[in-house]
Design a binder for this molecule. Structure first.
Ligand code: NAD
Length: 305
């Protein structure tokens, strides 16, 4: 069997088209969008994300600003800063870039975000709505997995679904999103670092979602024939030659590549659908962040009228 590739880009483009129309309509009604990303201290990988978000936002007509704060900022100062963004009527969405320096309590700061501007859907109110199935937004990566599953057109009802990883931005909200239908949800198992026999679970998974951050964690022989596999992991690993030696670039530095958590090349011979990494979940995550940004602007507009 050779799996169908579940590429995120075509779906992302479709979502962005809808988002763009909504943005234009909101602008016409005198409601331009401004996304404000808060970066505390220096973090090179955050910088890459911020750059990507800025480009994607601006392409769709969302203004994007980065607020850089010193790493030694106190909890109280950061809370005050977030509250000033909440109050600022021009700002329609806020991103609090993670991780924060270790002296800050991230959860206590997330709670201070206005739930109406919480484009990453991390505020407890927005998370809580997912339990009741009345959410208009969801954490973008978890939402991206749902969109990819829907795009297969397969009936998910009752299907043995295993999620590996129970983080607050992926595994946990994803399990709740998939359980929203009263009568046609899949059957969910969530595995994590303390799971005793991971392979036992992955081998019986008709749908497998892996969000861990460990390259090659899921070997092809731990998959069920015909499974749908969504690989959320992003790992930067050295490129190796056939003898296992690092491949060097023209300046003699080791070359790196991005891979997921699943042994992709062999896995694609076993499963029915699989996401590539990069190019699967990633592009959709950004599109859903922008869709959340529009939804948040609509919340604010409604709360004003
Ligand atoms: P996290 O570190 O918060 O959580 C990792 C999860 O993996 C935890 O639940 C942990 O218990 C589990 N885990 C760790 N080792 C395990 C093992 N050996 N067996 C089973 N479970 C194990 O990570 P996260 O923020 O959820 O991100 C997970 C991965 O997804 C990372 O590679 C991250 O870069 C990637 N990610 C991708 C996107 C995207 O847009 N594609 C977005 C967010 C995160």
């Amino acid at each position: 069997m050779s799996a169908k590739l579940l590429e995120g880009r075509p779906l992302a483009e479709k979502i962005k088209e809808g988002v763009k129309k909504d943005i234009e309509a909101l602008k016409k009604e005198g409601f331009p969008l401004l996304l404000s990303a808060v970066q505390v201290g220096e973090n090179p990988s955050s910088r890459v994300y911020l750059k990507q978000q800025k480009k994607a936002s601006q392409e769709l007509g969302i203004d994007y600003q980065i607020k850089e704060l010193p790493s030694q900022i106190t909890q109280e100062e950061l809370v005050n800063f977030i509250e000033s963004l909440n109050q600022d009527k021009k700002i329609t969405g806020i991103i609090l870039q993670m991780p924060l320096p270790s002296h800050l309590n991230a959860r206590q700061i997330q709670v201070k975000l206005s739930p109406l501007k919480d484009v990453e859907s991390i505020h407890p109110l927005n998370m809580g709505r997912i339990i009741y199935g009345d959410n208009k937004i969801s954490p973008p990566t978890a939402g991206a997995v749902v969109e990819l599953l829907k795009s297969t057109g397969q009936d998910l009802k009752g299907k043995e679904t295993v999620i590996v990883g129970h983080s607050e931005i992926v595994g946990k909200p994803l399990s709740l999103l998939l359980l929203q239908s009263q009568f046609s949800s899949p059957t969910i198992t969530v595995c994590h670092i303390a799971t005793q026999d991971l392979t036992f679970h992955t081998r019986r998974a008709e749908i497998l979602i892996v969000a861990v951050g460990k390259p090659q964690l899921i070997k092809a022989d731990s998959l069920k024939e015909g499974a749908i596999v969504i690989d959320v992991g992003i790992n930067r690993v050295p490129v190796l030659d056939e003898e296992g030696r690092p491949v060097l670039d023209e300046k003699g530095r080791p070359k790196f590549q991005i891979v997921g958590d699943v042994e992709f090349e062999k896995a694609k011979e076993i499963c029915s659908y699989i996401t590539p990494v990069p190019g699967g979940v990633g592009p959709l995550t950004t599109a859903l962040l922008l869709r959340n940004t529009v939804e948040c602007a609509k919340f604010q507009k409604t709360s004003l009228t």
